[in-house]
Design a protein around this ligand. Structure first.
Ligand code: A2P
Length: 339
């Protein structure tokens, strides 16, 4: 009989944590026990696990002994404090925060792209990439393997749920307030997000790019295993609840036609091509991504401004493939090795 595992979800009351629980249930993860952890504020509350309810426990007083897999999504500070404790107690931590992503001894893994990186987990911690990087590399991997990507220009259109439950709630609250001619009162974002766009996600760094943008640079190189790829990102928050979109412009070492790229993407794991301009078919966050697993790719075309340029439109559910689903897929890969 195959093994069953004790699994902890840290941040179980959050937007990503609750989706981790629902995906673990939906995919029938081989669990002997699932433990929901959050702050003291939520201890005793109930969260859904399939048709069951779990009682949330206080992370601060929880003993991690015996936990096999711990899926963390409670922010970088919590990961920095607690992930090493879970790892020291014998768990493999799959961490959705940015705390360890760029550490050389922590694999940064997208299940369809670089699963071999799971062969060595020296600190007992595996990092889950940033949501924008995640969906982009799923689509770019087959193109990089075929013709070599030398440069990526990307503009992101990131939904408010990327800022957690409070981000999605702020969009709803402001939209309703504005329709009643009331003040939007921004709290979670620096200015009004309803009916607006915000060209800053996270803090600025010294080079004029934001931290969110620099994640796209560094994480893409690490996951694709190619430090020479040049990445020029602009990350924008948009008034969408769920689903990130990206306009991506590639320059490749060898020429690839749109038809060749479409054929590669049609057989790429985790990708669904929705690309029929004649019928007006392209993916959107609401009509395709929200609540779905695949990374959707459309608007595949050769760049008229560059001899080896290719343009793509990439859309995925930032909470599912961008975070919770990939964490569970990584846990599945590790569980399969231990069965
Ligand atoms: P809580 O609901 O108890 O605050 P989101 O990213 O959607 O905002 O969710 C953040 C998650 O991180 C929530 O589950 C939240 O739990 C959890 N969290 C925040 N602070 C702590 C903490 N100090 N200890 C444990 N979990 C925390």
């Amino acid at each position: 009989m195959s093994n069953r595992f004790k699994v902890a979800v840290v941040g179980a009351t959050g937007a990503v944590g609750e989706t981790m629980l629902s995906i673990l249930a939906e995919r029938n993860f081989p669990a002997s026990e699932i433990i929901a952890l959050a702050s003291e504020r939520s201890a005793g509350d109930k969260v859904d696990f399939g048709n069951h309810k779990l009682t949330v426990q206080n992370l601060a007083t929880f003993d991690p002994t015996g936990v096999n897999f711990a899926l963390f999504s409670a922010g970088g500070d919590i990961s920095r404090e607690y992930a090493p404790k879970f790892a020291a107690a014998g768990a493999i931590v799959i961490d959705n925060s940015s705390a360890f992503r760029m550490d050389a001894d922590v694999p940064l893994v997208v299940s369809e792209v670089n699963p071999d990186a799971l062969d060595s987990i020296p600190r007992g911690i595996v990092a889950n990439p940033n949501c924008s990087t995640m969906q982009m590399v799923v689509a770019l991997k087959p193109i990089h393997d075929a013709v070599g990507i030398t440069r990526i220009n990307v503009a992101t259109y990131q939904s408010t749920s990327g800022a957690g439950r409070s981000g999605a709630e702020e969009l709803g609250r402001q939209t309703a307030a504005l329709l009643r001619f009331e003040d939007p009162n921004p709290t979670r974002f620096p200015v009004q997000i309803a009916y607006n766009l915000i060209p800053q996600i996270d803090a600025f760094t010294d080079n004029g790019y934001t931290k969110e943008e620099m994640k796209l640079v560094h994480e893409t190189r690490k996951i694709l295993g190619d430090a020479s790829i040049q990445v020029n990102p602009t990350a924008v928050r948009v008034p969408v609840f769920f689903g990130h979109s990206e306009a991506v412009h590639l320059e490749t070492r060898d020429k690839i036609t749109a038809a060749e790229a479409r054929a590669l993407l049609e057989k790429a794991p985790g990708v669904e091509v929705v690309d029929n301009p004649a019928a007006g078919e392209w993916p959107t966050p609401v009509t395709h991504a929200s609540g779905s697993d695949p990374v959707f790719v459309g608007r595949i075309r050769e760049d008229i401004s560059h001899p080896r340029g290719l343009s793509l439109w990439i859309v995925a559910d930032n909470i599912r493939k961008g975070a919770a689903l990939n964490a569970v897929q990584v846990a599945e890969l590790l569980a399969a090795k231990r069965s």
